[in-house]
Structure formats: C-alpha cells, structure tokens
Design a protein around this ligand. Sequence first.
Ligand SMILES: [Zn+2]
Length: 95
Amino acid sequence: MTKRKTTAQKHRTLLIAKQGGKCCYCERRLLHHMTALENGNVHPRAATIEHLRRRCEGGSNHLDNKAVACHECNTSRGSTDWLTYKSLKMGELVA
Ligand SMILES: [Zn+2]
C-alpha cells in the first residue's frame, strides 16, 4: 500500500482549511479525517466533499465547484439546491 494522496484527498484538505474546519451548510466543526464509528458507519461529522453543482447538471470536478460538508448534511441534502439547503440549515439554527 502506498500513501500517495488522491486529488480528492488534497481538495478535502484545502477546503477544510479554506472553510475554517467547518461544514459549508451547518457550520459545525468537521472531523479532519474520515472517521468510522464502531459499527462501521461513517461518523456524522466526518468531512466529505460536496459538489455544489452536481456533476450530472454540468458541475465540474474543479476545486471551485467543491466544498466540504459533514457527512450528515451531505447525505441528507438529497436533490435540494445547495443554496436552498444552506438556508434551511441556517434557518433551523436560528429558529
Ligand atoms: Zn453539516
């Protein structure tokens, strides 16, 4: 096994730094390394790469189109537009 980092891993590190270590949606602090729970599931605060504009909608794989979100936000966003989803998340925090 080599330790060579993939582009995705490099992007994740860059984005975590750029976002101050916070999720782009709920702004909770992310775990810097993908962390598995004891039951094998991904930790809800694990940092995952989010494509702001979906690849199927013509979104690029470029860093500009990426952000880091916690696993929980990433998996619950569904088909919601990222800006709408962000508003929903922030609204929940204020309410
Ligand atoms: Zn989040």
